[in-house]
Design a protein around this ligand. Structure first.
Ligand SMILES: Cc1ncc(COP(=O)(O)O)c(C=O)c1O
Length: 377
């Protein structure tokens, strides 16, 4: 493994982001195997590389898109379908999960009869005026404590407002197809899922009793990735979700999910290179050629704690690993156990960096960011 990585670094240069598509396929299949009733919509935002979308498209995945551009990344593969099949594909396999869409986006997607989420009266009116062909999914606010990235402070209708938001949609001539939630990303607190499913089922069953025939329950993303040995097993979560869905909902409904991180995080690793070394206040600073404005952007936006492995042995000490830009904020880690004898030109390896990394990388300070290498695609 070490030798192969070194070969790749020498051949392609660094920083080098290596995506193994066999791992993406394995993750998708693991998800489907453990949650057989759940239709998996890959959340493109986690990593929107076209090659990744192609692999998941070929696997038969559905897609969660946040914007018109992400939608077009999928549309590319169905453009040549017959009109009827294309309409069916879009309806059946794509969801616009961003609860707030601007007017131009709504106008652009109107002709595709999209499935879209909403969580407020104002969004409802905007959808009515600009995209009345849409099917609606009401996003609920649910507990998200203990998740790496919390969501409920920005998204989701209060459960107490849900019935009115459903009724108002139908009163406006729109159709609510179902309910959704997101328990927060990298959710290791499984109680979030059970609480969210309980809240959702109360609203779902009540709406049905009142004559609104909801059909979809969208359990969102949040499925945890084994970044370390403390992360509880996905299999265990899947068992909880399966039994709670069985217990709480009628059998004729569709259950869908929007996994992002789960599909791609473990599929990629990054080889970075030490480009400078300095001792500052007694601590070794390794300056590498990638940082928080680039592939390590997840440290900022995703609250992610990266891991580093050296290719050379040596006595370890607490070091800082910092990015290449002139900004002092560009510190990836200020306490990393690494050999103190690493030199300029040595490589570092970071695994499980496939999600929310290159997707939110910038060109700050004129650095291009990592080269992306696709394997087994
Ligand atoms: C609406 C929505 N769905 C799905 C996801 C994917 O979440 P995760 O990567 O935790 O699976 C996100 C992440 O931001 C999201 O905002």
């Amino acid at each position: 493994m070490k030798k192969e990585l070194l070969k790749l670094a020498q051949k392609h240069g660094t920083p080098l982001f290596i995506v193994d598509h066999d791992v993406i396929r394995k993750n998708y299949r693991t998800f489907k195997k453990n949650l057989p009733r759940v239709q998996a919509y890959y959340a493109v935002k986690a990593n929107s590389e076209q090659e990744i979308i192609k692999t998941l498209f070929d696997e038969g995945a559905s897609f969660d898109v946040a914007s018109y551009n992400e939608f077009m990344q999928i549309y590319k593969y169905i453009r040549h379908f017959e009109e009827k099949d294309k309409d069916f594909y879009i309806w059946d396999k794509i969801i616009f999960s961003n609860t707030i869409k601007d007017r131009p986006t709504l106008r652009d997607i109107k002709r595709y009869r999209p499935l879209v989420t909403y969580d407020s009266v104002d969004e409802l009116k905007k959808i009515r005026e600009n995209c009345e062909t849409a099917g609606l999914v009401l996003r609920l606010k649910v507990p998200d404590t203990g998740s790496q990235v919390e969501m409920s402070s920005k998204f989701g209708a209060e459960p107490g407002d849900a019935y009115n938001l459903i009724k108002q949609a139908f009163d406006l001539g729109l159709v609510v197809e179902g309910l959704s939630f997101h328990v927060g990303s990298q959710c290791t607190n499984f109680d979030n899922y059970t609480a969210a499913l309980t809240i959702t089922s109360g609203i779902f069953n009540d709406a049905r009793e009142k004559g609104y025939n909801l059909k979809i329950v969208d359990i969102g993303g949040g499925f945890p990735v084994p970044y370390d040995s403390h992360v509880p097993k996905f299999k265990k979560l899947a068992a909880v979700i399966n039994s709670e869905c069985e217990r709480l909902f009628p059998h004729d409904i569709e259950i869908i999910a929007e996994p992002g991180r789960f599909m791609v995080a473990t599929s990629a690793g990054l080889i970075s290179e030490i480009i400078g070394k300095a001792r500052r206040d007694g601590k070794i600073f390794y300056h590498i050629n990638d940082g928080v404005y680039h592939t390590f952007s997840g440290v900022v936006y995703d609250h992610w704690i990266p891991n580093f492995r050296a290719f050379r042995q040596g006595r370890k000490e607490v070091c800082a690993v910092v990015g290449p830009t002139c900004d002092s904020f560009d510190k990836i880690s200020v306490s990393e156990q690494l050999p103190g004898n690493l030199e300029i030109g040595d490589y570092l390896y970071t695994e499980n960096i496939g999600a929310y990394s290159t997707a939110s990388s910038t060109k700050f300070n004129g650095f291009d960011g990592a080269k992306i290498l696709h394997l087994n695609n």
